[in-house]
Design a protein around this ligand. Structure first.
Ligand code: S3P
Length: 437
């Protein structure tokens, strides 16, 4: 069946108040840990998007009971305890989700059964050696394509139990850190994991919610093995700041706009986008700060404003890694030069996002310089209507939509990939436009 393209027309202005759907990273972790508990957990504001549903399907395939409460964003999860997963009778499919594949590798590496995990064409091209190397040092037995560098992965039971590890990570990655932390729960001695720069700490927060103390010092976390998890009865998932980012940029660059985003997660390991937009001159007010479990949330009001270019260096990249495609759009509307450096990790995301941003925004007439580890963008620039390919990458599709909305419109090829992280994206976009003055 031929897939439909989607045309996004330019917007005069955007306005309205919207609640932001559940955080993808936190949703994955909530179901994984709930599935390892021995009491029922109700998860509120779970992200019912394809990536998280891949994790749900994998956990169900290992005997975890998951009830999706109809008409709500709630899940009720009942696991069989830390040692209660069952051998899956078929291949586990992580779909497009790197978080599912990498974090579950950590859990599966410790199980006394055999499992195989795979994913879609994009995920099977993404590097897995980065998790297999440390897990193997802990005693895991994992085989994979091209000398265990790519999925499908076959995971054999370890000989005896896993050993704790003292691991210095070569890249700042919450997925690698979390895979090791999850394996560490099952090891026979403590594990110490050090990153070059701090990445998102949702696994640390979620483990604490499940009664597992995580010692943190600088860029190092220490996880001790546990006998069981002490699950909360209710878990609240904050709104995803990575989804909010599209509206933060759109309202900033479309004159006359004002949007309020409610319940947005403002965990400091994720708020690089707020810091950078503020430095660029954006008009963003963070109000009503409160807690959603161990995660801070707030309501954010953004009004349009003029922007200026900025330089982003390697330390901040992990705090806004998923927001760079839409930040590149913001940079096109900013006066002066924006330089993004130290972001070579973008080359191994759902697609090579540095190449894709340069190519697709280039089709709209933008001039961007792609460097080995980033982008250089001189603004402001005028964009034209054109077709842009999403590369079947959700964040590329949404970034292209924002670019078109703020200029002469855009026709997105393969637009439906937004279902990976933000199924209602286009509906929300039209609702914000309908409220336009
Ligand atoms: C994620 C971590 C990041 C991010 C991804 C989700 C997570 O990846 O890009 O969308 O849930 O831990 P890396 O850890 O590979 O940087």
């Amino acid at each position: 069946m031929k897939k439909q393209n989607r045309i996004i027309k330019p917007a005069k202005a955007l306005s309205g108040t919207i609640s932001i759907p559940g955080d993808k990273s936190v949703s994955h972790r909530s179901i994984m840990l709930s599935g390892l508990a021995n009491t029922s957990v109700t998860i509120n504001n779970f992200l019912h998007a394809q990536d998280c549903l891949s994790t749900v399907a994998c956990m169900k395939a290992m005997g975890v009971n998951v009830e999706i409460v109809a008409g709500s964003q709630q899940l009720k999860v009942t696991g069989n305890g830390l040692f209660g997963l069952q051998e899956p009778t078929d291949i586990l499919d992580a779909g497009n989700s790197g978080t599912t594949l990498r974090l579950l590798s950590g859990i599966l590496a410790a199980q006394p059964f055999f499992s195989v995990m795979t994913g879609d064409a994009s995920l099977r091209k993404r590097p897995m050696g980065r998790v297999i190397t440390p897990l193997s040092q802990m005693g895991a037995r994992i085989a994979g394509r091209e000398s265990a560098r790519y999925a499908p992965l076959a995971i054999m039971p370890p000989n005896g139990s896993l050993q704790g590890i003292d691991y210095i990570m070569p890249v700042a990655s919450a997925q690698i850190k979390s895979a090791i932390m999850l394996a560490a729960l099952f090891a026979n001695s403590p594990s110490r994991i050090t990153e070059p720069y701090p990445s998102r700490d949702h696994s640390e927060c979620m483990l604490e919610s499940f009664g597992v103390p995580v010692a943190r010092s600088g860029n190092t976390v220490i996880v001790n093995p546990v006998k069981e998890l002490n699950a909360p009865t209710v878990l609240d998932v904050p709104g995803d700041i990575s989804s909010a980012a599209f509206w933060l940029v759109a309202a900033t660059i479309i004159p006359g706009s004002e949007i309020t985003l409610t319940g947005v997660g403002i965990n400091p390991t994720r708020t690089g986008i707020l810091d950078v937009l503020a430095e660029m001159g954006a008009d963003i007010a963070v109000k009503n700060q409160r807690w959603s479990g161990k995660e801070p949330i707030a309501d954010i009001t953004v009004r349009s404003s003029d922007l200026k270019g900025v330089t982003l260096d390697v330390e901040i990249i992990p705090r806004l890694i998923d927001e760079i495609p839409v930040l590149a759009v913001a940079a096109l509307f900013a006066r002066g030069k924006t330089v993004i450096r130290g972001a070579e990790e973008l080359r191994v995301k759902e697609t090579d996002r540095l190449a894709a941003v340069a190519a697709e925004l280039g089709k709209l007439g933008a001039q961007l310089e792609e460097t080995p580890d980033g982008l250089v963008i001189e603004g402001p620039q005028k964009l034209n209507f054109a077709q842009c390919h999403s590369h079947d990458d959700h964040r590329m599709a949404m970034a292209a939509a924002v670019a078109g909305l703020a200029s002469q419109g855009v026709e997105i090829i393969e637009p439906d990939c937004v279902a990976i992280s933000y199924p209602d994206f286009y509906t929300v976009l039209e609702a914000l436009r309908m409220h336009s003055r």
